[in-house]
Design a binder for this molecule. Sequence first.
Ligand code: MRU
Length: 352
Amino acid sequence: MAFESKIKTIEWVNNISRMIDQRILPYEFKTVDIKTANEMYTAIKDMIVRGAPAIGIAGVHGVALGAIELAKIVQDKTTFLNELKKIAEYLKSSRPTAVNLMWGVDKQIQLANSISGSINDIVDALKENSIKLENEDIEINKKMGDYGAQVVPKGATILTHCNAGALATVGYGTALGVIRSAYAKDPTIKVFADETRPRQQGARLTTWELTQDGIPTTLITDGMCSYFMSKGMIDMVVVGADRIAANGDTANKIGTYTVAIAAKYHNVPFYIAAPLSTIDISIKSGKEIPIEERSHDEVTHINGDRICAKDVNIINPGFDVTPHELITGIITEKGILKPDFTTSIINAFKDN
Ligand code: MRU
């Protein structure tokens, strides 16, 4: 049975959040039980769970865990809601770029504030919502997959960057969801996966997922994409997103921008696959997207081994922003948004 259909990356089970430990894949497969909001903060920051929609659900679970803890020590409802808000802000500060985290946490806080009953009623509602939003994530990904599959040419070789798969969501994936749906219709399609330095999500996670599903996958290093495009060996690019501004500018894993420039030069269609929860209509352009600066060890070391001189300077932004002009379309659960994105994004939100 295919990997995507048997495993949930993150799941609410008996008052805990159970998640696949993505730090140790593909060497070891293990799940971790997260029992407190504090543990959730660390799980997101240390990337036990990663990928925008997955950390959105981690935020949802984190608020539910915080509410369970608070209900044991606080009796007054106003105090409870105030303290829950503080936990929510703390969870949101764990990683700055993927807006799904803020979306998930805010959804829970809005729900908590809307409940007229007791503290226990609020806790029950937050727990139920955790399961509801998990299931919705998979449904949304499948819808995106169906839309996206329509623009995959017959027998195409598709390049993807980072991991926007089942592991980056609750299940099925965004960019890899498009690939899964396309492959189900046309088993002659193939994938090229960028390694994605520094954390190698492409090598460690994307190849692990896709090969388990039997989808033919070739691993390349990040600098190779232009070479293969120039040889006519890539027909399309599809990647995920961490935050999309109102004009379509898109933050995704560092290196995505380079792929987009190469795709434009070689006339290769470049698609983003992301749910509407990744679109931040409160910001006009990508200039306003906060870019996470991560630990220098990610660059200086691979698997604990130093790969460079000791005194070299390091800089490690986790994401870059692809300008909207380089994007052919944004595949969402509401269909494929086309330029001009300012208009198509507003329209997608109209009946939401
Ligand atoms: O640092 P990560 O691994 O959380 O970055 C993940 C990405 O950049 C993904 O491409 C993005 O979150 C989309 S996931 C569907």
